[in-house]
Design a protein around this ligand. Structure first.
Ligand code: 1GP
Length: 254
């Protein structure tokens, strides 16, 4: 089984929480080493690399400089089929289920498939679901799709269930990079209650309280990006939340 899904399924079984830091190769170039070191020191579970748009040729170099400092898994979080790099450990093969744009549901995947099958990348079929985070995000604009309204947990749940029934290995619900509002806890709770595959939550997580809310609502893996670009110490803050919750769970199980 994939390293990514194995880790998340193990977390689910043990009721443990995981953390990923998203690095946009276009934005973070100078601070990549610093962020990777912080991820190593704080036992961040994954680094994701990517974004909606890649305007530089920094992808490979970014992954290589992360790997100089970070011994965990590095996964691609691609905006399109150009963002494939064999230097990574794997790739979230995202199908944008909240949208109705066939290119982002299956089109770009067909372009990428011949390259992926020849690579050693761990390919993780991922049900990608955008939730309205209070402003239009790059991914919504670029994909020409609308996110699910954040006060419609039934639609989000039905979408996530469809992903599970179609065989996706995890659900990634995303308010989008730099969202004003993180995904409401009630919506996460409902999706978690009705689906069994691992649940990844990202977008607009800016402080410890956002992380506590999302983890307690049922997120198995949290993704932080923009907040880290503004203040790399957020890695320490959210890692501490994760470790504290995991230690509580451990002591409850003893
Ligand atoms: C975006 O979920 C990620 O796709 C991270 O979002 O940049 O808002 O933390 P932020």
């Amino acid at each position: 089984m994939s390293q990514f899904t194995t880790k998340l399924i193990t977390c689910q079984i043990d009721h443990k929480k995981a953390l990923a830091v998203l690095i946009d190769p276009d934005k973070n170039n100078e601070s990549v080493s610093n962020i990777a070191q912080l991820c190593e020191q704080n036992q961040v579970d994954f680094i994701l690399v990517g974004g909606s748009l890649l305007s530089s040729s920094n992808l490979q170099n970014t992954i290589l400089s992360i790997k100089q400092h970070y011994s965990g898994f590095v996964y691609l979080f691609p905006g399109n089929e150009m963002m494939i790099a064999p230097e990574a450990d794997g790739i979230l093969f995202l199908s944008l289920l909240s949208g109705r744009n066939p290119e982002y549901l299956i089109g770009k995947h067909i372009n990428a498939a011949p390259l992926l099958i020849q690579s050693n990348l761990d390919v993780v079929p991922t049900a990608y679901i955008l939730i309205d985070g209070g402003r239009e995000t790059s991914v919504s604009y670029i994909s020409n799709t609308k996110p699910i309204p954040s006060d419609k947990p039934d639609i989000a749940t039905a979408t996530a269930l469809a992903g599970q029934l179609l065989g996706f290995k995890c659900t990634y619900m995303d308010a989008g990079s730099g969202a004003l509002n993180a995904i409401p806890a009630e919506l996460i709770q409902k999706v978690k209650k009705h689906t069994q595959i691992p649940l990844v939550i990202g977008g607009g997580i800016k402080n410890a309280q956002n992380a506590v809310d999302a983890y307690n609502a049922g997120a198995d893996l949290l993704v932080i990006g923009n907040g880290v670009e503004d203040n790399s110490n957020l890695i320490v803050t959210i890692s501490n939340v994760k470790h504290k919750l995991n230690n509580q769970i451990l002591s409850q199980n003893l």
